[in-house]
Design a protein around this ligand. Structure first.
Ligand SMILES: [Zn+2]
Ligand SMILES: [Zn+2]
Length: 169
C-alpha cells in the first residue's frame, strides 16, 4: 500500500501505482482529516538518475462541518502531485526544499507520508454547506436555513435602527 520496491523500479525505470487509501488507514492518524470515502491515488514513479520522480494525482472527499450552521459537508479534495525523492537528503533539508529523502537502494520507498501531506494541503480551512448558508441563531441555536426563529433581533440590529429612526422623525 503506497510502497514502491526500489529494486523493481531500478529494473523497470517506471512504475504505475494506482491505489485506494481507506478512511481508517493508519496514515491519517493524528492528521485531523476525516475522509468521507477512500482516497484515489494515481501515481507514476520514475527513476531519473539517482533520484525518483513521483507524478500524478490524488482525489477524494473529506467530511467537515459547515462553518456557519455546523451541518456535515462533504468537501471534494484533489491535488496534482509532482515531487522529487533524492538520496542523502536529511529530514530538515527535505522540509526546507520540499524534496523528500530517498531511502537506500534495495529498500522500499513509502509514499504515504507525502500523500498525507499533499491531501492536508488540498483541504480548505473552512467549509460551507451552501454559499447562502444563514447559520445558527446566536441566541437559541436554531438552524436558520430551516426557517426563522422566534428570537427578537439583537440590540443594534439594523431593523430596530430603522424603526427608531422612523419614530423619531
Ligand atoms: Zn451551513
Ligand atoms: Zn433564535
Amino acid at each position: 500500500m503506497l510502497k514502491v520496491d526500489l529494486g523493481r523500479l531500478d529494473r523497470l525505470r517506471r512504475l504505475r501505482l494506482d491505489d485506494e487509501v481507506a478512511p481508517d488507514d493508519p496514515i491519517w492518524a493524528g492528521s485531523g482529516l476525516n475522509l468521507a470515502r477512500p482516497l484515489d491515488v494515481r501515481l507514476e514513479v520514475q527513476q531519473v538518475g539517482h533520484d525518483v520522480v513521483v507524478r500524478g494525482s490524488v482525489a477524494g472527499e473529506v467530511a467537515m462541518d459547515c462553518r456557519r450552521c455546523l451541518s456535515p459537508v462533504r468537501v471534494p479534495v484533489g491535488e496534482e502531485i509532482a515531487v522529487l525523492y533524492q538520496p542523502g537528503v536529511t529530514r530538515t533539508e527535505a522540509e526546507e526544499s520540499e524534496v523528500y529523502p530517498l531511502p537506500e537502494r534495495g529498500r522500499e520507498l513509502d509514499l504515504s507520508e507525502m500523500v498525507r501531506e499533499q491531501v492536508m494541503l488540498a483541504v480548505p480551512a473552512y467549509a460551507s454547506c451552501t454559499e447562502t448558508c444563514r447559520g445558527l441563531c446566536p441566541t437559541c441555536g436554531k438552524n436558520l436555513n430551516e426557517g426563522a426563529c422566534a428570537c427578537e433581533p439583537a440590540v443594534g440590529d439594523d431593523r430596530w435602527g430603522a424603526l427608531r429612526k422612523l419614530k423619531s422623525e
